[in-house]
Design a protein around this ligand. Sequence first.
Ligand code: SF4
Length: 247
Amino acid sequence: MEQNKRFKARTETGMPTTDPHEALTKVRRMLERQTDTDSTALREIGSRRRENPFEVLISTILSQRTRDENTRRAYSALFRVYKDADDLAEGNLKVIERLIRPAGFYKVKARKIKEVATIISQRYGGEVPQSFEDLLHLPGVGRKTANCVLVYAFGKPAIPVDTHVHRISNRIGLVETKSPEQTELRLREIIDRRYWLDLNELFVRFGQEICKPIGPRCAVCDLKATCKYYNEVVSQAATPRRRRSRE
Ligand code: SF4
């Protein structure tokens, strides 16, 4: 099969089985064909609120371990009541918890949000810091969230790695890593900076629509020819069935 030849040829070089830039271009094209899909909540909030990085920062905390629709509901409810960091720093914790309840883990997230708002209000004069290191020092802000703020609030090249980005990068053979942090560091080495800004949005949407965690839609995917998971797992599992059905 042509696709297996291409896959084997890449594997033998010891390079990623999939060319990262070609993969990103194909993912973009596949998503363009999906006319019924939306942007991610962060891209939507970021493009509407680029002038308000504080809202993007709080949205990224809300978005941790929940679905986009829950992030949108919690974000809208919260910012209908509180307008900025100073306001939220003075906010009532119980009220914040109630407003963000749709995002899940609302007690922990409410406490972090209030702490973050207090630090930004008191230490940074209400402005979200633009350096990765300063962002990392904020409570509840890890590498993924800090990178999300750089990309979605400030339009600075960074690679936020969530479960979708980690899973897809490993599946298609761009990286062989055990943790999102390892994935981020490896992707930074192999992907040209001009692709960084869009990578998270593309892979998250691709992971929601096509390369789903369970039951990836390989039949409609343009990455089959070089995808490690498809060539090593999906097509291998399908081969005996095809042979059996011919016998
Ligand atoms: S071929 Fe399947 S596993 Fe590979 S990227 Fe496409 S959907 Fe994901």
